[in-house]
Design a protein. Structure first.
Length: 162
């Protein structure tokens, strides 16, 4: 993965397009880096219950748990980096995450997938969801504009100029 430019100049990965209407990134909730589900899918409301109860996990709980998934190269969580474009939980309590990476050539997808599975499927009561699937997407391309304010603060504390 390529870290953001430290001299303030935009690099090739920084030339991200604005998300097009109808894409998971464009359909997100104001103030939330994670969309309310894949475009056209029903939102999940209410508190998460144990996976064995047959209920679906709440998207806010999934978003919070995904903050435990840290980009192995930058050391910042994937939510605040803006790498999670959308979340959908089906009737079988399986979460499908639309995610991207800072670079399509990143060799660490397995590490991120393992961390996401650990964060969402383990813990008290068996975890938030029964299983996960990650849909790696490349459009819209990731850029520094996708980083949350909290993520920017974390990157600045590490010496990045964002």
């Amino acid at each position: 993965m390529t870290p953001p430019a430290t001299n303030g100049a935009a690099g090739p990965a920084d030339a991200a397009a604005t998300p097009a209407a109808g894409t998971p990134a464009a359909d997100g909730v104001a103030g939330s880096p994670v969309a309310d589900g894949v475009a056209g899918s029903p939102a999940v409301d209410g508190p998460a219950e144990a996976a064995s109860s047959g209920s679906r996990a709440a998207l806010a709980d999934i978003e919070e748990a995904m903050k435990d998934v840290v980009d192995p190269e930058l050391g910042i969580n994937v939510v605040d980096l803006g790498l999670v474009y959308g979340v959908h939980v089906d009737d079988q309590n399986v979460a499908t995450l639309d995610m991207t990476l800072t670079s399509a050539a990143c060799p660490l997808t397995d590490v991120i997938e393992d961390q996401a599975r650990q964060a969402l499927t383990t813990g008290p009561g068996g975890g938030l969801v029964d299983d996960i699937r990650i849909n790696w997407v490349w459009l819209p391309p990731w850029g520094p504009d996708k980083i949350t304010d909290e993520g920017r603060d974390q990157l600045r504390s590490l010496g990045f100029n964002v």
